[in-house]
Structure formats: structure tokens, C-alpha cells
Design a protein around this ligand. Structure first.
Ligand code: SAM
Length: 263
């Protein structure tokens, strides 16, 4: 890992394990309730270094994991939770070199996870209907990577339109009415390609499953949800945490076959 540079995202941990996400800006100061820490002390230093606030409190500086960043970044649209983005990457089998068409970009959290999975030889084309959300997504993506990675292409517009001229390996949706995209995804996805969507409510899942059935080219269809329960480990007291994220969304995944008659 290279040393911290100006513009990098940095996560500071205090003694109590509280975490603070900052962007490193020359001349700026981090204000902790136990003193100040100049960003210039972190810029040029190694990741994992313990710095001291002006009142002698230790602060450990590391790069945020994508999960930390997604949960801590100021956001407009609700993000895909890390427990769910992990499952999306695995069950939609996002792999290096894939061309993924995504919508909506929202706050960019899922776009970043997809971009890492497809790698420098892949492509994530992300559609967003709201210009303000598209701008925010770009800002957040630049905030995390300190640039807009080449494999990410952000487009303002509805996916139902944009997808018509593309031939992706994967279509990944986090928007309220994915059933409008299903017929176009059925047509444009490469055979063997995967359709995936993330939905918060049961009626939405029912509607998208009906559209998937109606398209008549999808098989191996599966809907599931992810539960993540953290444990508190303090000496001999080892038990599940009292609090957990009870519900986020349902993930639906379907594979495309060659339409009958095309063989
Ligand atoms: C829940 S947010 C997506 C959050 C994003 N996955 C993330 O992790 O940050 C849903 C977004 O979809 C956008 N949207 C809704 N319908 C759309 C469509 N047909 N095409 C493109 N974007 C759409 C909304 O404007 C909104 O920003």
C-alpha cells in the first residue's frame, strides 16, 4: 500500500472504536471532541499509523473498506448494504472482464463493488434517471477511488432506454420497478447471462418474478435474503449483539438461456 495522499479517503478510529470518515485536504484539520488532528500529519504517512490529537488522544488512520465507506459516506439514495452487495457479487457471479449494466447509480455504493469485481478489463455501465443522484454517485465514487476508474461509465437516463443498444453479461438493478426492464434484459443479455435485482418488499418481488416468468428465457430463478448477526465478544461474555439490521432487501437472480427456436 502506498502512503496516504491528498484527496484520499481516510478512516480514523479513536480509543473507543468510534470511526470517522474524512477526505484528506492539505491545511484542513480533523475536529475530534478530544482535540484536533491536522490532515497534513496523515498525508504522506503510512496506513495504520497512530496519530495524536492536540489533546494527546490516539487516532489510528486507515483506508476505509468499501463497506465502511458505503455506510459512512453522506448519501442521497439508500445504498445497497454491504451484506447484500457481497451476495449480489457472488450470486450474479460478477467476474473480471464482465460487462455489467446497472441501474440506478443512486449513491454509487453498488457501482463501486461491481467495478472492483469486473476489474480493469471489465465495464460497468451505470444508468441513473436523476441528474442530482448521478452527480452524487460520481462524487462518491471519486471520493473512494480518488478518481473515476476507467471501467465505470455513468450515464444519465432510464435503463429501459439505454439497455436497448447494449449486449451485457449481467444486468443488475436496484430501482423500484425492475419489471419494466425485464423484457429488454431478456432480449439484450448475452445467453448464459445473469439478471439480478434488489427489492425491499414482497409485492415488488412478486411482480418481478411474474415478469421473469413471462419473458420465457430465464431459468434457475432464485429469490433470497441475507441475514448478518454480529456477535459481542467481551471476555467470557460471548453472545449475539442486541441490535442487528433486521431487513434491507430481497435479491432475485435469474439466468438467460438461448430462446427456443434459435437453436
Ligand atoms: C435505491 S437507489 C440505488 C442505490 C444504489 N444501488 C447504491 O447502492 O448507492 C435507486 C435509484 O434508482 C434510480 N432510478 C429509478 N428508476 C430508474 C430507471 N428506470 N433507470 C435508471 N435509474 C432509475 C433512482 O433515481 C435512484 O437514484
Amino acid at each position: 500500500m502506498t502512503d496516504f495522499a491528498a484527496g484520499d479517503a481516510c478512516l480514523l478510529f479513536d480509543k473507543k472504536g468510534r470511526r470517522y470518515l474524512i477526505e484528506l485536504i492539505p491545511g484542513a484539520q480533523f475536529h475530534h471532541h478530544h482535540g484536533l488532528l491536522p490532515h497534513d500529519e496523515i498525508i504522506g504517512a503510512e496506513e495504520g499509523t497512530t496519530h495524536e490529537s492536540s489533546r494527546g488522544r490516539p487516532l489510528v488512520a486507515v483506508r476505509p473498506r468499501l463497506a465502511d465507506f458505503a455506510l459512512k459516506m453522506p448519501r442521497g439514495a439508500a445504498v445497497v448494504y454491504p451484506k447484500d452487495s457481497g451476495a449480489i457479487l457472488v450470486w450474479a457471479d460478477i467476474n473480471p472482464g464482465n460487462v455489467v449494466v446497472e441501474a440506478g447509480s443512486g449513491s454509487g455504493a453498488l457501482t463501486m463493488a461491481l467495478a472492483r469485481a469486473v476489474g480493469a478489463n471489465g465495464k460497468v455501465i451505470s444508468f441513473e434517471v436523476r441528474e442530482d443522484h448521478a452527480e452524487l454517485a460520481e462524487k462518491r465514487i471519486r471520493g473512494f477511488f480518488n478518481e473515476l476508474p476507467n471501467q465505470i461509465e455513468l450515464r444519465v437516463g432510464a435503463i429501459e432506454e439505454g439497455l436497448r443498444e447494449l449486449r451485457p453479461d449481467r444486468v443488475v438493478l436496484d430501482l423500484p420497478e425492475p419489471w419494466h426492464t425485464v423484457p429488454i434484459a431478456a432480449e439484450r443479455l448475452a445467453p448464459g447471462g445473469i439478471f439480478c435485482c434488489y427489492l425491499p418488499t414482497v409485492p415488488q418481488v412478486q411482480e418481478v418474478r411474474a415478469a421473469i416468468d413471462a419473458a420465457d428465457v430465464f431459468f434457475d430463478v432464485m429469490t433470497f435474503e441475507m441475514m448478518m448477526r454480529e456477535w459481542a465478544v467481551e471476555g467470557r461474555s460471548v453472545r449475539p449483539s442486541h441490535r442487528m439490521i433486521g431487513h434491507t432487501g430481497f435479491i432475485t437472480v435469474a439466468r438467460k438461456r438461448e430462446p427456443a427456436g434459435d437453436r
